[in-house]
Design a protein around this ligand. Structure first.
Ligand SMILES: [Zn+2]
Length: 147
């Protein structure tokens, strides 16, 4: 099902973890409006770069979120978190662009450098406007302020 011109519900629900573990990842109807908010923001980013965007995660069912070790309060659980990359663009540059141009974002996280991805968290509440970088220290993920 098409959410916006370039983004489908299937793409926003796709989860390699769900496939690998054979568990469901269907967004409940009450969270589809949040998914639509994300797709609309992705269209804004896509229009700026005029390049395809690869979404690796949006909605995560409780089982999938647990399996990936996600925080119980993760924006992904509410279909308000997006992990993505823009074709041929540096993740750092996209993080900076998002923080400067997406109004009322909750979090932009530069996740694990250029080999990683961009996490954009949106909210229906008061946006925290956090800019963070995630790095691995041993097996632990550590978040630092700024990109
Ligand atoms: Zn994420």
């Amino acid at each position: 099902m098409k959410l916006t011109e370039h983004f489908t519900r299937e793409e926003m629900e796709r989860s390699s973890t769900a496939i690998r573990l054979g568990i469901g990842n269907t967004c409940p109807p009450e969270l589809v409006p949040n998914m639509l908010i994300c797709a609309t923001v992705l269209e804004t980013i896509r229009a700026h770069y005029n390049k395809p965007i690869h979404v690796t995660s949006n909605y995560r069912s409780p089982a999938v979120n647990k399996a990936v070790g996600g925080s119980p309060t993760s924006a992904h659980s509410a279909a308000l978190g997006i992990d993505f990359e823009v074709d041929g663009e540096s993740n750092l540059a996209v993080c900076k662009w998002c923080a400067a141009n997406i109004p009322d974002y909750d979090q932009v996280i530069y996740e694990f450098g250029e080999a990683g991805w961009i996490h954009l968290g949106l909210t229906n509440g008061t946006p925290r406007k956090q800019k963070l970088s995630a790095v691995k220290q041993g097996k632990k993920t550590v978040y630092t302020n700024g990109f």
